[in-house]
Ligand binder design. Structure first.
Ligand code: ATP
Ligand code: MG
Length: 553
């Protein structure tokens, strides 16, 4: 039952191991319960990996359940994006996609049972009165004047709520627990409120909706969840989770008695991980969309060129603990870099092109060079790279004069073209502003793949044959925020936005293999890791910088 893949253990797995050893469960069932009120972000990736990997390693099940009790902020667009993201990350949920709204009838039944047991009542206080009566951390709350209503009256009023006889704010169903509890969550929490909003799953069927704290434990119990894993901010809600299930014991049959366990949420520096904040970035036009490659959303990271494997590896690296901490975003970047270094095909792209004319190249000749797709992985094969008498090289790779540390092309010096010949620069032209436009070189036909005696090219540079190059747009990204804690910046999150987070280069020159069918992600040699943007076409390719070759500071 407990045969495991090599996932490192953590306190949750230890709890599960113990539960299994004590015979508490024969099958482990977890769930990932997103609210469809935004796109998933990197923090959700941690929760997805945790829940789905536990199910996988213990041969259990993991459910995908939308926690959709707040229709005002939810939408089908979010539902679809979340399903797509979970699947892309490798999460394979067991059974159908589930919705808390699937259980609205049963939740209503449970509420009626609590009323019958004298454990819930309809309160007609105004929202302001409810807040005032609730007290605060130092002052205990006071009982509502409606708290001692007879059961029959509560049943009738609750039915009236459901029938639409109350405006929002005129009636709520509350649990009868303890208005003096030191835990504010136990001061007669609201279980149902009136909300005249149609729902993306249930349409106009309901005008009352259950609250999260009531819905979640019951949904877990209905689904037979054994371990309900959530982030630490729910720790103080656990007594209420337990109260709901304990109160229904003997009143309502469930297949399991789930337990809630809390773990630390993922915080990343230079990043915001809150759907509300991310929505603000979209709504205020700071980024283009939820899947803007600068966004820490799963859709954004995917469009940026991150792989599911890299994100999974990152989640393994950070582990699961109970103490809150901030993870350095460079850990995520390095997980991406490691994965791409191993798996991304190599190609050449000249970002800031200047022309090289090879004066002794036979007129009109094209030679097809074969170059390894990956220098350390022969199984990835070879690619064909056309060579001709006019090339593009990068502006930064030529200087009229330079000292020995400059390992590129210098007037009078020799350099090797990656995968090709050694060339020597003899002359150059510049425009009126002094910008180099063309470098005239000669090549040595005896240098393909070898350095004959006496040859000491300064270094190796990348290049693309001018006749065969494809024009491309390249989008260079930097971090979206300048401050490690964007929210703490002066002026809040928006005060920390990096005005140079996106730089668009056009007229870049890319080798043909980078636009071939099936091409996806690349290391553009000496430049970084790139991927085709979602808007890219073979005729008008657009590349996103995924991550630089090395950590930049
Ligand atoms: P946000 O604060 O971004 O709105 P949320 O917690 O409201 O996040 P939900 O859709 O309710 O978002 O979350 C689904 C699951 O993902 C929950 O179990 C939640 O605890 C978990 N989760 C959310 N954010 C993080 C995070 N930063 N790190 C780890 N798990 C997270
Ligand atoms: Mg939430």
């Amino acid at each position: 039952m407990t045969e495991r893949v090599d996932t490192p253990t953590n306190f949750i797995r230890q709890i599960i191991d113990k539960d299994i050893a004590e015979g508490k469960h024969t099958k482990i069932i977890t769930r990932f319960p997103p609210e469809p009120n935004g796109y998933l972000h990197v923090g959700h990736a941690k929760s997805i990996c945790l829940n789905f990997n536990i199910a996988r390693d213990y041969q259990g099940d993991c459910h995908l359940r939308f926690d959709d009790t707040n229709p005002s902020n939810e939408s089908l667009e979010y539902v679809e994006s979340i399903k797509d993201n979970v699947r892309w990350l490798g999460g394979e949920w067991d059974g159908p996609v589930r919705y808390a709204s699937d259980y609205f009838d049963e939740l209503y039944e449970c509420a009626v049972k609590l009323i019958n047991a004298g454990l819930a009542y309809v309160d007609n206080q105004s929202p302001e009165e409810i807040a005032e009566y609730r007290g605060n951390f130092t002052t205990p709350g006071r009982n509502s004047p409606y708290r001692e209503r007879p059961v029959a009256e509560n049943l009738q009023l609750f039915e009236d709520m459901r029938a639409g006889k109350f405006e929002p704010g005129k009636a709520v169903l509350r649990a009868k627990i303890d208005m003096a509890s030191p835990n504010m969550n136990l001061r007669d929490p609201i279980l149902y409120r009136v909300l005249n909003v149609p729902h993306h799953q249930t349409g106009d069927k309901w005008c009352i909706y259950p609250m999260y704290d009531f819905t979640h434990p019951i949904s877990d119990a209905i689904e037979g969840i054994t371990h309900s894993l959530c982030t630490l901010e729910f720790e103080a809600h656990r007594p209420l989770y337990d109260w709901v299930l304990d109160s229904l014991e003997g009143l309502h049959e469930f297949p399991s008695r789930p337990r809630q366990y809390e773990f630390a949420r993922l915080n990343l520096n230079y990043t915001v991980t809150s759907k509300r904040r991310l929505k603000q970035l979209v709504d205020e036009g700071i980024v283009e969309s939820w899947d803007d490659p600068r966004m820490p959303t799963i859709s954004g990271m995917r469009r940026r060129g991150y792989t599911p494997e890299a994100i999974q590896n990152f989640c393994q690296m950070i582990g699961v603990a109970r103490a809150d901490s901030v993870v350095d975003v460079s850990m995520l970047e390095s997980a991406v870099r490691d994965d791409l270094n191993k798996n991304a095909p190599r190609a050449m792209c000249v970002l800031n092109p200047i022309k090289v004319v090879i004066t002794n190249w036979p007129e009109g000749k094209t030679e097809i060079l074969t170059i390894a797709v990956h220098p350390q992985n022969e199984s990835m094969g070879e690619r064909e790279v056309p060579m001709s008498g006019e090339l593009w090289i990068d502006r930064d790779d030529f200087r009229e004069e330079a000292n020995k540390k400059y390992k590129r092309l210098v007037l009078g010096g020799a350099v090797r073209l990656r995968g090709g010949y050694v060339i020597t620069a003899n002359e150059f032209e510049q425009d009126a502003e002094g910008n180099v436009t063309t470098v005239y070189c000669t090549y040595d036909e005896n240098t393909l793949g070898v350095n004959p005696e006496g040859y000491k090219p300064r270094g190796v540079i990348h290049w693309v044959s001018a006749k065969h190059a494809v024009d491309a747009e390249v989008r260079l990204y930097e971090r979206l925020f300048l401050e490690a804690s964007p929210d703490r910046a002066e002026g809040g999150m928006l005060g920390s936005v990096n005005p140079e987070s996106l730089k668009v280069l056009s007229g870049c020159k890319v080798e043909p293999s980078a636009v071939a069918e099936g091409a996806e992600r690349f290391q553009f040699e000496r430049e970084g890791y790139f991927c085709h943007d979602t808007t890219s076409t073979p005729e008008a390719p657009v590349f996103n910088l995924t991550v630089s070759l090395r950590e930049s500071f």
